[in-house]
Design a protein around this ligand. Structure first.
Ligand code: FE2
Length: 392
């Protein structure tokens, strides 16, 4: 884990983190701590109708709940953000509580922008375009994966153009994250695995990023360690509260790591495959990781060695190159053992579209941080073809 002598970086993780089974009952106190008293509760229809999550949060908020907006689709989109902002404005909301997975939290970040800035969300797409703090936001993740509760990024789909837009700004980092493992015990195995692998991919991509630095490295490697240790446990027993808690911690660690060091080709390609073919973000990352690791091994073998060690592999006596390839193999096996598909072919992605996907990935903001500099869509296409085919 060497760093250049001219290393310079900015690290930010300003979110206040409240952790614990039952922490959801602290929400009203946390909101008051932000000096706010009318929160728009943003969630999705499943959490509202099929779980007690929303009821528990409403109970905690009491009169401080300005209204519940639950019209958030599986992939957050611009229309949902517009509708949520309109609803929040009508209800006189001065703050946001989001309860859900990445899609809900990212929708809430978009709503936070519109409630403060007005106008069209598309005006704020890109990096660091905002000049002031946005609407106070308290995030309550109900999956352990995206880390959106602590990141400066929101990925929001533009349905008209079938692409995912990236909003990245320090002014949309949530103010408070409430990590309550009791909210994630009902998460089914497939979603548990897919979101868990997303957290893993954040650790991996932060550690191998062109913008890597020691603080994000520490967080990213520990995210990998925790997912590797605790994902099998929660898949074996979804009610294992201790393991669920460590998965939530892993997601937040991974989020803090990549919110600073960025992500790379795995995410650039996953955004496109998700946007064009509806593949779940975590599943797309899981399929891509081993292939991107092989592609990146020429530049990131030493980093991959650290990933292998975080996964408990004995790589003593191996060259960095061999240790890096062993790490890629172990990740592929981990994905398989988590019960996830290992090729885009299995997921119904048409082979004929890979070229267009490779072209689009070139304009994704994440690609510039990839360990190996990507200058030609052919490089992406090679990775996508391998990921389509699956493990040899
Ligand atoms: Fe991700």
């Amino acid at each position: 884990m060497e760093y250049p002598a001219d290393l310079s970086f900015l690290f930010m993780a300003p979110t206040r983190i409240v952790f614990g089974a039952g922490a959801v009952s602290e929400i009203a106190v946390e909101l008051a701590g932000l000096g706010r008293g009318r929160a728009l509760l943003v969630t999705d229809a499943h959490l509202l109708g099929k779980t007690d999550v929303v009821r528990r949060i409403e109970k905690s908020l009491g009169k401080a709940c300005a209204g519940v907006f639950s019209d958030v689709p599986a992939d957050s989109d611009v229309r949902a953000v517009d509708a949520g902002a309109r609803f929040g404005r009508e209800r006189g909301a001065d703050s946001i509580v989001s309860a859900g997975g990445g899609s809900v939290m990212d929708t809430a970040k978009g709503i936070a922008i519109l409630l403060t800035e007005g106008g069209s969300l598309l005006d704020y797409q890109g990096f660091q375009l905002l000049s002031r703090r946005q609407t106070p936001h308290l995030a309550v993740p109900t999956t352990a994966g995206t880390g959106s509760e602590i990141t400066y990024a929101a990925v929001i789909k533009d349905h008209e153009n079938h692409r995912k837009l990236l909003f990245a700004d320090h002014h949309i980092i949530p103010d408070v994250a409430v990590l309550d493992p009791s909210l994630t015990v009902g998460l089914p195995p497939l979603l548990t695995a897919a979101t868990g692998l997303d957290a893993f991919s954040h650790g991996l991509e932060a550690v191998t990023s062109a913008q890597r630095e020691p603080i994000a490295d520490a967080l990213g490697l520990h995210a990998i360690r925790l997912v590797h240790r605790f994902l099998p446990r929660v898949l074996h027993d979804g009610g294992d509260l201790a393991a669920r808690g460590q998965m939530l911690a892993a997601a937040t660690l991974g989020g803090a790591a990549f919110s600073n060091a960025q992500v790379g080709l795995v995410h650039a390609a996953a955004h496109v495959i998700g946007g064009r073919h509806g593949v779940h973000h975590g599943v797309a990352n899981a399929v891509l990781m081993p292939h991107v690791m092989r592609f990146n091994n020429s530049a990131a073998a030493g980093r991959h060695r650290a990933v292998a060690e975080a996964m408990g592999l004995d790589v003593r006596g191996m060259s960095d190159e061999a240790a890096g390839l062993a790490a890629a193999k172990a990740v592929a096996q981990f994905v398989r053992e988590a019960g996830l598909p290992s090729s885009f072919r299995e997921l119904g992605v048409p082979e004929a579209d890979l070229e267009a996907c490779a072209e689009m990935a070139m304009s994704d903001g994440s690609i510039v941080y990839n360990a190996v500099t990507v200058t030609d869509p052919e490089q992406v296409l090679t990775v996508l073809r391998a990921a389509w085919q699956g493990p040899a």
